[in-house]
Design a binder for this molecule. Structure first.
Ligand code: 5AD
Ligand code: SF4
Length: 477
């Protein structure tokens, strides 16, 4: 069976029986995009995506290592597959992404039934590496160089840039797509594993990005999210003139057919007046900025090596508010960073209260091996305190989010319809009108009733009711 399938595959460009691949993704939008691009490559190589490991010939986990919890989830999933592999030794199990780069051989030690370990800078080689495992070469570990172990140029080259063409079938809906504009990160915030696992910061050439977005727009894509770890530090120096994010947005804004553009994640230090004005002036750019503050205490920000003070963050936010009234700003915070006192935490509460973020993601500090914080500072804030601080910040933020949402009651908003809501997806098909979900330009989620065919359309809705996380509307057709 195994041999027959392989022969069929190697002797024709289209396999007689397509092999089926299951990809599970955890982590950030960058990972979601990597999985979409990996799926595009695998479709081209003749694979068929399936959504159940039981039906898959190849099972892939695209992993995250930003917090311990994300890694634990993957190790449990791998544990559950142990007996599956015993019963079906020909099934290929692969670990892709950040945890692969970070844990390396440890993955094979903890989960010896894994066949493939591929870092985020090696995903371009995925179909070839799977084929090598099928040919009996496994297990294979394919990683980029360790940032600490080599000179910059070689390390950079070992993180292969990979943004292959893709068809709309790899995305949830044709009308929305993510586009990477940068790889890696050079900030080295002391708590963060990303610079180690995603490698040195590299901006993609503007020409390439413009061409990719143009192709997407021609293919019916209406909304593009530009991705980078510090997307606002985008800088293409390959041409005669340096192209920064504000310039790039200006060029993308001209693309016919494209209706919406946004970018994540911004670093407070790189939010410039030019960029804020570009967001205000370019009609297709959403007035939405995700600018993590992480803490309101200067002492903690310094230990985190964030490169700004709470005062500087406030100045930046004030400029955004003044220039773009009604802009939605969102943030991330870490509670329980080593040595965080009640007073440090109180300063974070103060910043959170006054900043009026649309929403904030709050995380408990999780020491990441080989980061500066994990090596230099003791993880000395008890978990119970971390939990309390986390819950309290969430409660404060939720109250602000609710007040913010309430300003929408009775107003009209324009949404891009993303498809059936989670609740509607669970119900059997058949109803002409179902619950649908859409998104405003400011990334607010709107739930409303309508025919499924509205998916992918940009429509006006009137908001009738709100809660902290959702607006409930009526479609105005
Ligand atoms: N512990 C907790 N949260 C972290 N983040 C990054 N590293 C850690 C860590 N070690 C959070 C930051 C970042 C978000 C993506 O994840 O808030 O902005
Ligand atoms: Fe991590 Fe800091 Fe880079 Fe963001 S800017 S990815 S938090 S090192």
């Amino acid at each position: 069976m195994e041999k027959c399938r392989r022969d069929a595959y190697t002797t024709t460009s289209r396999p007689l029986m397509p092999r089926r691949v299951y990809i599970e993704t955890v982590g950030c939008q960058m990972n979601v995009l990597d999985s979409e691009l990996a799926t595009a490559d695998l479709l081209r190589a003749g694979y068929e995506p399936v959504d159940d490991t039981r039906h898959a010939d190849v099972i892939l986990f695209n992993t995250c290592s930003v917090r311990q919890h994300a890694e634990d989830k993957i190790y449990s999933a791998l544990g559950r597959l142990k007996h599956v592999k015993r019963q079906h030794p020909d099934k290929i199990i692969g670990v892709l992404g950040c945890m692969a780069q970070k844990d390396r051989q440890t993955i094979l030690r903890r989960a010896p039934h894994v066949d493939l370990v591929i870092g985020p800078g090696q995903l371009a080689r995925l179909p070839e590496l799977i084929a090598r495992v099928e040919a009996g070469e496994g297990p294979i570990v394919e990683l980029s160089l360790d940032r600490r172990a080599d000179v910059h140029g070689t390390v950079r080259a070992s993180f292969l840039q990979h943004d292959p063409p893709r068809t709309a079938e790899v995305r949830p809906i044709r009308q929305q797509a993510m586009v990477r504009i940068m790889f890696g990160c050079d900030k080295f915030c002391t708590y963060c594993i990303v610079p180690a696992v995603r490698g040195p910061e590299q901006s993609r050439p503007a020409e390439e990005i413009v061409a990719e977005v143009r192709r997407l727009a021609e293919d019916g894509c209406l909304a593009v999210t530009l991705l980078g770890q510090t997307v606002d530090s985008y800088r293409d120096t390959s041409g005669q003139q340096t192209v920064r994010l504000a310039d790039l947005l200006g060029r993308l804004n001209e693309i016919e057919g494209l209706r919406r553009l946004k970018f994540v994640t911004s670093h407070p230090r790189h939010i410039t007046t030019d960029l804020i004005r570009a967001v205000r002036d370019l009609p297709k750019v959403s007035p939405y900025l995700h600018v993590p503050a992480q803490s309101g205490s200067d002492r903690i920000l310094k230990l985190m090596q964030r490169g700004y003070t709470a005062g500087k963050y406030r100045e930046m936010l004030a400029e955004i508010r003044e220039t773009i009234p009604g802009a939605a700003v969102t943030s991330d915070f870490i509670v329980g960073f080593p040595s965080e006192t009640d007073e440090d935490y109180r300063q974070t509460v103060e910043l959170l209260r006054e900043s009026r973020f649309k929403n904030s993601f709050i995380f408990k500090y999780s020491p990441r091996p080989k980061t500066k914080a994990a090596e230099l500072y003791e993880d000395d804030v008890p978990d119970e305190i971390k939990r309390q601080r986390n819950n309290e910040l969430l409660t404060i933020q939720n109250a602000i989010s609710l007040e913010d949402a309430q300003t929408w009651a009775g107003r009209q908003a324009e949404i891009l319809v993303e498809g059936p809501s989670k609740a509607a997806r669970k119900r059997p098909l058949g109803d002409a009108t179902i619950q649908l979900v859409g998104r405003t330009v400011c990334d607010r989620i709107v739930v409303f009733e309508g025919p499924q065919e509205l998916t992918g359309r940009i429509l006006p809705v009137t908001i009738e009711k709100v809660d902290a996380f959702t607006l409930f509307g009526r479609v105005d057709l």
